[in-house]
Design a binder for this molecule. Structure first.
Ligand code: FES
Length: 137
């Protein structure tokens, strides 16, 4: 994942402003402050999937008594991929394994306030990676 913080301040502001004109406040918040970003040590389950564009996502899960107690993600993807991964693991955390396994692309899109057509595969990548990770518990 590129390090946004290393970009010059002015450029950061321009990118954020452009994102705000294209995406919902929720999406921009999940991009700028991704929930549960990073790799978990010794997870109970881990999945890595690639999207149609070649971007990759990984999801790490810890579960206890059929409940997802902790989940995190990592991606080398763009703004909307980061926000989709963040939304996916936030939605899954605290849910029963059964309920979390039904989280879909549509749920992630709804949670993010929608995505432009060309970015909707980012939510699919997050949903698919989550489903594979849960399937390996
Ligand atoms: S997963 Fe390909 S641009 Fe987001």
């Amino acid at each position: 994942m590129y390090n946004f913080d290393l970009l010059p301040k002015k450029l950061q502001e321009q990118i954020i402003e452009q994102a705000r004109s294209q995406y919902s406040d929720t999406l921009v918040d999940h991009w700028l402050h991704p929930r549960h970003l990073g790799r978990l040590e010794d997870p109970d389950s881990h999945a890595r999937q690639s999207g149609s564009c070649g971007d990759a996502m990984e999801i790490f899960i810890r579960a206890k008594n059929d409940k997802i107690t902790e989940a995190s993600f990592w991606t080398d993807g763009c703004i909307t991929t980061i926000a989709s991964g963040s939304m996916a693991v936030e939605m899954a955390t605290g849910k029963s394994v059964e309920n979390a396994s039904t989280i879909s692309q549509a749920d992630i899109l709804e949670g993010l306030g929608g995505l432009p057509e060309e970015s909707q595969h980012c939510a699919l990548l997050a949903a698919n990676t989550l489903r594979v990770a849960i399937g390996q518990l």
